[in-house]
Write a protein that binds this ligand. Structure first.
Ligand SMILES: [Zn+2]
Length: 360
């Protein structure tokens, strides 16, 4: 049986985010029709694409509000993060990840890309924590297991930094990922530039951070068409991006790089993409449309899924959030995208629609 319903109001349409008054017809979890005009509809509001959080460490949700002295002390092998994760029971880890995923879904995110430590069992633990309506892309890490075994269960491999692993392990992981048609990604340039050259040599599907990259490093990423995920709130908290100039997001975008937004370690920041957008827009990028794109379509492009998710267009999956245009926060807005990026909050959401399951 076909299941069809209509939502109406201010629609943020297509990949260029054209703002129009109209309606969206959704049939079996797929956007069937988008049009101007008035119709009877089940719900009204601002109709926007749901977020894609392009970089998370959901496992870190097992501990919150920790104190730490430096980024290195926090994330180095054997550091505070690893110690805390290894001490958590499997049951506690899965329960905290499930809470985190429910929070992501409630705050308007429809898909996320997670770097999951702990080998094959780490990937399985996140899969067990998953909730309906939120699509996970899990990039596992060998951590003692064979990379091929991790690739059997994960969507790809996500490594720490070229400074943290032997070169042959990194090369092998990148090649095995490519051979199996899965993703390979790696952190680079977070605290300094020492790992950027090596990371670029691996030609990953995307890089995470590049906070300290200079124009030369960004140029190579642009020439090799490598997307970059930036996590400005995380960089601010860990002290590697407090200048207002780093990460160099403007430079990345100007060189034509696909830049996506991620919220990074849940230990340090919530997975709220509204908060990430507001911080990014006010600290780094004055172009609000560009920031909105980083939180939605660019994540889809990075995953090569922009024909299916990331914006509201006929034929795409109906991962849509409907915001209350009459809320005390949003009422009277003259520029819908600016308001969503700079002032909207999760409590402005009326509903997050689930797209067709299995469609992405
Ligand atoms: Zn990370």
């Amino acid at each position: 049986m076909t299941y069809e319903y209509v939502v109406s109001g201010t629609v943020i349409y297509d990949d260029e985010f054209e703002v129009m008054e109209g309606y969206v017809v959704i049939r079996d979890g797929i956007i069937h029709e988008v049009s101007t005009g008035e119709v009877d509809s089940s719900i009204q509001g601002i109709i926007a694409p749901a977020f894609i959080n392009a970089h998370t460490h959901v496992g870190d949700s097992v501990v919150k509000d920790i104190s730490f002295d430096s980024l290195k002390e926090l994330v180095k092998p054997g550091g505070l993060k690893y110690k805390t994760l290894s001490e958590a029971s499997e049951q506690k880890l899965i329960a905290s990840m499930t809470s985190c995923l429910c929070d992501m879904k409630r705050t308007g995110t429809c898909a996320f890309v997670d770097f999951r430590e702990g080998g094959v069992s780490g990937v399985h633990a996140l899969k067990r924590a998953c909730v309906g309506g939120l699509k996970p892309f899990i990039l596992g890490r060998p951590d003692g297991d064979d990379v091929k075994d991790v690739l059997m269960v994960a969507d790809g491999i996500g490594m720490s930094s070229v400074n943290d692993h032997p070169w042959d392990v990194l090369k092998g992981a990148a090649e095995a990922s490519r051979k199996s048609g899965k993703l390979f990604a790696i952190h680079a340039g977070e605290a300094d530039r020492s790992d950027i050259k090596g990371a670029l040599e691996l030609s990953p599907d995307f890089l995470v951070h590049m906070t300290c990259a200079d124009d030369g490093g960004i140029r190579v990423a642009a020439d090799k068409n490598i997307p970059i995920v930036v996590c400005p709130r995380s960089n601010f908290v860990t002290g590697v991006g407090r200048s207002g100039e780093r990460p160099p997001i403007k430079e990345m975008a100007e060189m034509g790089i696909t830049v996506a937004l991620g919220t990074d370690n849940v230990m340090l920041n919530s997975t709220d993409m509204f908060a990430e957008m507001e911080f990014t827009a006010k600290m780094f990028v004055q172009n609000d449309r560009q920031v909105f794109k980083m939180a939605t379509l660019n994540g889809a492009k990075m995953l090569h899924l922009d024909e299916k998710i990331g914006s509201i267009r006929e034929g795409k999956t109906s991962h849509i959030m409907i915001l209350d245009e009459k809320s005390n926060s949003l009422c009277g807005t003259k520029d819908v995208i600016k308001s969503i990026v700079r002032r909207a909050r999760p409590d402005d959401i009326k509903v997050v629609l689930e797209g067709k399951s299995g469609a992405v």
